[in-house]
Design a protein around this ligand. Structure first.
Ligand SMILES: C[S@@+](CC[C@H](N)C(=O)[O-])C[C@H]1O[C@@H](n2cnc3c(N)ncnc32)[C@H](O)[C@@H]1O
Length: 286
């Protein structure tokens, strides 16, 4: 299958839009990355954003709308063996590393359940850690047990493919976004609002504003972005908005269906309001 002059696998493709440069696969990301690597052994992506399973759906509880509810995000989020979790993180991260172009960068978000393993795996693989961002959620659910501080942050690690990576950073763009001051590593951004969930809910959906900042900070128009754990395809929406090309993988059918609705609606919105999207154009890489 050819899209924006690049060939991609036909198998398991759930969504395809050549005009916008969007591809979504319903498959295990490990299998997908292995087949893509056979086609692009030198790498193909300028940026990867990954929001992997947190592995916290193991019988705990949290607070939702003032009530104690079980933390059960689904089968994809269950695993109690930390070595198994780390082996999984090493596996998908090493495939992501190979699929990055030499100057490409990867962003991985997570809570304490997974982020230390991710950071250690990155170090084991020889990636170049560039920053760790603290994403602060201004309205977190209260801590019902009153025996811990209220959890209100996630860590997002930004890393280059390896020590030789000459990463891109759109410094001026970030400064402008931060009202003329250097952008710091603490980002206060609310969780997704009702509008972002109009087509249904994903239990760990990320805000579009968060992905916009990430994509804007280190890519150019026409760059290729990959998300191995796409969920509701927030990364895809951001790429369409900012004129970058998107490839995503999601294993669960219900989240693919949610993604299709979101992607279609956003593409229609963009087509009927093209002038709103002109400002996001940077020069393409040479
Ligand atoms: C933390 S969520 C990502 C949410 C996403 N960032 C969003 O904004 O909607 C992780 C997603 O990865 C999917 N997933 C888990 N294991 C996978 C695998 N091996 N391959 C592809 N997707 C997987 C889950 O079904 C889940 O939707």
């Amino acid at each position: 299958m050819k899209i924006k002059n690049h060939i991609f696998p036909e198998n398991n493709c759930a969504y395809y839009n050549d005009e916008m440069g969007v591809l979504l696969y319903q498959t295990d990301c490990i299998d997908f990355m292995q087949s893509l690597l056979e086609m692009y052994p030198e790498g193909i992506f300028d940026m990867i954003f990954a929001d992997p399973p947190y592995f916290l759906s193991n019988g705990g509880t949290t607070c939702h709308s003032g009530k104690r509810v079980s933390v059960d995000k689904g089968d994809w989020d269950k695993c109690s063996d930390i070595q198994q979790v780390h082996d999984f993180n090493l596996k998908w991260l090493s495939l992501c590393q190979k699929l990055l172009k030499p100057d490409g960068t990867i962003w991985v978000t997570g809570t304490n359940h997974v982020i230390y393993s991710v950071g250690f795996a990155m170090q084991q693989l020889g990636m170049k850690i560039l920053n760790d961002i603290t994403w602060e959620k201004p309205n977190p659910p209260p801590n019902l047990s009153c025996r811990y501080f209220t959890h209100s942050t996630e860590t997002i690690i930004w890393a280059g493919k390896n020590e030789k990576t000459r990463h891109r950073f759109n410094y001026d763009e970030m400064k402008q976004l931060n009202h003329g001051k250097q952008m710091k590593t603490v980002w206060t951004i609310p969780a997704p609002n009702g509008n972002e969930k109009e087509f249904g809910k994903h239990p760990t959906q990320k805000p579009i504003q968060l992905l916009d900042r990430i994509v804007l900070s280190c890519t150019l128009k026409g760059d290729w972005v990959f998300d191995p754990f796409s969920g509701s395809s927030t990364t895809g929406i951001s790429c369409i908005k900012l004129n970058r090309y998107f490839v995503g993988c999601e294993i669960k059918k219900e989240f693919i269906q949610l993604s299709l609705k979101r992607l279609d609606a956003f593409i229609n919105h963009k087509k009927s309001n093209l002038d709103l999207f002109e400002g996001y154009i940077h020069e393409k890489r040479g």
